[in-house]
Ligand binder design. Structure first.
Ligand code: SAM
Length: 339
């Protein structure tokens, strides 16, 4: 099933909570937040029922996210419910890693396929400054546990000028030591990133220049037909890494992602200010066929190109003017959308 620009519905990011145990300055820099009402948060059975509908419409990749997904009680049981469903080719989880060491075996046993851990710095003092919590050791333990249980992982790093842009090489070397492919993400002006400014963005070009100064030749890896947000590159020794250039080179034209928040709002673009409420019809007893028609209609009408629209704004802020709105509607926040 394709949207108005011919993009298929394939990738679903499933946020299981809007709560987080870190306060990363590029995502949750404020002192307090408006949280989703607990009674609105979908039960796993409700999430599972919606997943069935999405799978019947062509979704074949699901990523569990948050907030911090591992803060939600018993995520492995949700993984178990979803992993066995027919039609699903890829079940992944994105986590900050703090609670991962204790849960990784249960996640693996439940059928989780892949893990991505977010890690922006290897310096303990910087980690505390960036996240407001002294948890770097716990993240390292989580990454080591993921390496042991899964054999490999991905590590996502948001690169911010003057904060961690001197760590590109150390992070690649660290990734090598844990069989983790690093993916450098350009700092995005998304809901919640209230400290974003254009001069803090390190572009893909700047990253590649810095890495080439250290490693020499860097070869792009050709992946025809891929809708993955990361472009991948290889160093001469075969080490690979990715760059997600969502800010300077948006991938809207191939974007097949949509996002379901923990309370059942469905967003068709990371930048969308309006979503489709699936919780209300679900709780009102809508049949699978009715939910299918609702979701299909939403996707067919999809014409968002949020990151491109954002790029066209240039140095103007996309989300600052709606800071008051962010306070009133937590759905606009990155930590509610799931990144
Ligand atoms: N807590 C989990 C984690 O840390 O991975 C999942 C949720 S987090 C919102 C998902 C991803 O969004 C993380 O990799 C985070 O770095 C990324 N992210 C958040 N704010 C961002 C921003 N302003 N620019 C780019 N990436 C951002």
């Amino acid at each position: 099933m394709n949207d108005a620009f011919g993009r298929p519905l394939r990738n679903l990011r499933l946020s299981v909570t809007d709560r987080c145990n870190l306060r990363c300055e590029y995502c949750m820099p404020e002192d307090d937040y408006v949280w989703l009402p607990r009674e609105d948060v979908l039960h796993f059975e409700e999430t599972s029922a919606l997943v069935d509908v999405f799978l019947s419409l062509g979704v074949d990749k699901i990523r569990l996210t948050g907030g911090e997904p591992l803060l939600r009680r018993d995520v492995p049981s949700l993984v178990r419910m979803i992993a066995a469903k027919p039609g699903l080719n890829d079940l992944a989880l994105t986590t900050n890693g703090v609670l991962l060491a204790a849960q990784v075996d249960a996640l693996k046993a439940a059928g989780l396929g892949r893990i991505t851990v977010s890690l922006d710095t290897l310096h303990p003092d910087r980690f505390i400054k960036l996240t407001r919590f002294d948890q770097l050791e716990a993240v390292h333990a989580g990454i080591a546990a993921a390496h042991r249980a899964f054999g490999h992982l991905k590590i996502d790093t948001v690169v911010i000028r003057g904060v961690n842009d001197d760590e590109l090489v150390p992070l690649i070397e660290y990734g090598r030591s844990v069989n983790g492919e690093i993916r450098f993400i350009e700092y995005m002006d998304v809901g919640g990133a209230s400290r974003w400014s254009p001069d803090r963005v390190v572009s893909r070009k700047d990253m590649l220049d810095a890495l080439a100064r250290h490693y020499g030749v860097i070869a792009p890896i050709d992946e025809p037909g891929s809708s993955a947000p990361a472009e991948r590159f290889a160093l001469e020794d075969g080490t690979t890494f990715g760059i997600i250039a969502s800010t300077t080179a948006p991938f809207c034209s191939t974007c097949d992602r949509s996002r379901l928040t923990a309370d059942g709002m469905w967003y068709l673009c990371l930048y969308a200010t309006r979503g489709l409420d699936l919780r209300a019809p679900l709780r009102a007893g809508a049949s699978s066929a009715e939910l299918k028609a609702l979701i299909a209609g939403g996707w067919r009408a999809r014409d968002d190109r949020g990151a491109e629209d954002r790029l066209a704004l240039g140095d103007q802020r996309a989300f600052v003017p709606v800071q008051d709105l962010l306070r009133k509607d937590p759905h606009l926040e990155m930590h509610t959308r799931g990144g």
